[in-house]
Structures are given as C-alpha cells and as structure tokens.
Design a binder for this molecule. Structure first.
Ligand SMILES: [Zn+2]
Ligand SMILES: [Zn+2]
Length: 138
C-alpha cells in the first residue's frame, strides 16, 4: 500500500501540499525542518506556503505517515514513518535518524506509574539519542 492509499484509508484527503511534502521527504537523506521542506517544496510547487507545509505535516503526522524528530535545540524536523509501532534513534552529531520496531515492554512501568499517579496511560513517546557508527569514529 502506498502513502496515498494509506492516507485515504485513514480518512484524509490528498491535497497538493500533502503530496509535495511527501515527495520532498521521500527524496531526503536526513530529517528536514518545516523551513527546509518549504524551501525544497517551493521548487516543485511555486505557490506552496510555509503555513501549508505546517498544516500538511500536522495531518501527515496524525495519519502516521511522517514522524517528528525531537532535537536538543528544540528545532523539530520530520522523516517518513513506516507503518506500525516504531521509534527513532537520533544521532546527536550529524542528525541522521534510524527507525527501530517498538517491541519494548513498558507494561510494568506503566502499571507502576498509573498506580502512583491515578492516571490512565494511553500512549507513549520514545526516542533514543546517541552517536551513529561514522560519528563514533570521528
Ligand atoms: Zn552521526
Ligand atoms: Zn513504543
């Protein structure tokens, strides 16, 4: 299933900004900020505005097609997301990311936190940070 089918099945329309953002991210070798996506997308589609890029990213993230990369400088960037439960490993030096399957078992942690706080936990965010192999050898 390609991303357009995935988006339609999730009940989202395929709009020009969403298509351009996906096209830019499919060609990207590393995570891109909304400004970088806008600069590249603008070359493909002249009337693409930055606000449309932000809106497209929000929709694509909610539909599970892109993933937000949380960085120490608080400047978020985005990569394509594989379907299903995955998390990201971020290289803090070069900014490259790798996805890994979310097979972790948080059930005992969640049970403990729920008991201590009275919350009902619904979801989690997890991102690992480190140095990739080339950066380790610098
Ligand atoms: Zn690196
Ligand atoms: Zn997980």
């Amino acid at each position: 299933m390609d991303w357009e089918e995935q988006l339609s099945q999730a009940g989202w329309r395929i709009t020009t900004p969403r298509r351009v953002v996906m096209q830019v991210l499919e060609q990207a070798a590393r995570p891109l900020s909304p400004q970088e996506i806008h600069a590249r997308g603008h070359r493909l589609h002249r009337s693409l505005g930055l606000v449309s890029v932000y809106r497209a990213l929000a929709a694509l993230e909610r539909a599970g097609l892109v993933r937000r990369v949380h960085r120490e400088d608080r400047c978020n960037s985005y990569v394509l997301a594989s379907p299903g439960h995955h998390h990201l490993l971020l290289c803090r030096r070069c900014g490259r990311t790798v996805e890994f399957p979310g097979t972790e078992d948080l059930s005992s942690l969640i049970a403990q936190v729920e008991q201590q706080t009275g919350f009902r936990v619904e979801d989690h965010l997890l991102q690992l940070v480190g140095l990739c192999a080339p950066c380790r050898n610098l």
